[in-house]
Design a protein around this ligand. Sequence first.
Ligand code: AMP
Ligand code: ZN
Length: 472
Amino acid sequence: MQLFNTLTRTKEEFIPLEPGKAGLYTCGPTVYNYAHIGNLRSYIFADILRRTLEFENYDVTQVMNITDVGHLTSDDDIGEDKMEAGARREGKSIWDIARYYEDAFFVDIDKLNIERPTIVARATEHVPDMIDLVKRLEERGFTYETEQAVYFDVTKFPEYTKLAGQALEEKITAARAEVQEDPEKKNPADFALWFKATGRFKNHLMQWDSPWGMGFPGWHVECSAMSMRYLGETFDIHTGGIDHIPVHHTNEIAQSQAATGKPFVRYWMHGEFLVVSGGEKMAKSAGEFLRLQVLTDKGYDPLAYRYLCLQVHYRSKLNFTWESLDAAQAGYNRLKAFIDVASRARGTEQPWVQEYRDRFRDAITDDLNIPRAIAVMWEMIKEANTRKELGILDALFDFDQVFGLKLHEAVASPDQQELEPEFAALIVEREKARAAKDWARADEIRKELASVGILLEDRPEGTIWRRSSQSS
Ligand code: AMP
Ligand code: ZN
């Protein structure tokens, strides 16, 4: 199985640390607001990765964090605390805010048929692990302390810019352009491991005791502490959106490797952004954004959104438009309609299907080429229709272990499944005639089937049939 590793910028053969197992860490949501459909695209990508590993028979342990400790509106330790801003906006306690949005997040995850992580780790429940990590870094001489915080000194870690492939000078210049709120910080790229509850954070709502006094952990330290806790000091795969490459994941690598002296993650994988109106990224901090709920309120199936995401490779931008969602909904309906019809025909799988199974596997193991896998699926359906051999349901359901489109639910009810193959083929032919607006042919087929006691009913999700009472 080939995966594109951001660390080396090449597709590499996936070789797990332990044969047959895969440890996967997925950067989870900051729960101060609802997830938007861009965030959800990132989790669909991680889900596809997990399902593909499972399809390839790996025993996967997936860990996801819930960032319920404040993290600042900028990745670079500046701005206000996102969680506290959310609590103030809604007049709720910060703990209520966190639980409310965590629950809302999992409602969306379930609607999109994203498998729940094996372990969900809340930052607020792992603060001692984070303190331990900061202590280890302190003992090994990678930190310094100011009035405001404990910082990681990036100049002590020579590989700091490896993941982003950016020169440290560039990064420092970029960071310097932003407001620096701590005059004692030595280097603009240094990042806080622990914030002290003094000065601007005196009234910070979430505080814990630590060797550096009351305070709270930096955001980056959360993911290092929690991933290593559950997956070990070196583990297989870490995912996130591409925005995490230059700061969050760069910092995770620095603090983890500096603390353990071992490589942290073997394969770094990053999902490209969903963009709207000509390239703008969707961002929570920008105010306006689309939630999954907005899509379902307009009558779209959440899985039509999932289907849309499957049609774009995870390393390409997805330009979201309502037209593209309409097309995805129509395609998903066509797929379910085929399954409904094919489940009534009950053919057995013929040898020609194997080629499609092989091509499907080639696609998904080629750095998760799901768009190609979807194309393979449609080609297989086309060939089944042409041959009038509809026995491809098992293959479709196997593919759906990766797609996650709940295709099983489109199967017709048992009393409807005993249609003779030649009649099933006629229904398929009529579907095609209807799609081509050949109403005359469609009508002809309807009459032909009626004459043998099979009545058709056209529904938005496809055509269903039943036997007329006279014929039985
Ligand atoms: P957050 O809750 O803001 O930490 O983001 C959750 C995940 O969504 C992270 O992995 C981000 O990289 C990712 N993300 C944020 N914005 C987008 C977007 N417009 N498209 C795709 N992924 C995104
Ligand atoms: Zn993270």
